[in-house]
Design a protein around this ligand. Structure first.
Ligand SMILES: [Zn+2]
Length: 66
């Protein structure tokens, strides 16, 4: 098994980890209800995708939770 000859310095470790940052997720605006949604996915608020209704949103559950 490959084995490190010597310990990496903290500078080298920190330089490697500069690329580990989390990226901000991209979002799009729903063409139907103008809500912020994930792109290429059915809108979770109105159930529309590409201007057409795809799924029905159960509003009773949303009313009970809130
Ligand atoms: Zn929508």
């Amino acid at each position: 098994m490959a084995h490190p000859k010597r310990q990496h310095s903290r500078q080298r470790q920190r330089k490697r980890r500069t690329h580990y940052g989390a990226s901000v997720p991209s979002f799009a605006l729903c063409s139907q209800c103008k809500g912020s949604i994930l792109p290429h996915r059915v809108c979770p608020f109105c159930g529309y995708y590409k201007g057409q209704p795809v799924i029905e949103i159960k509003q009773k559950e949303a009313a009970e939770k809130s």
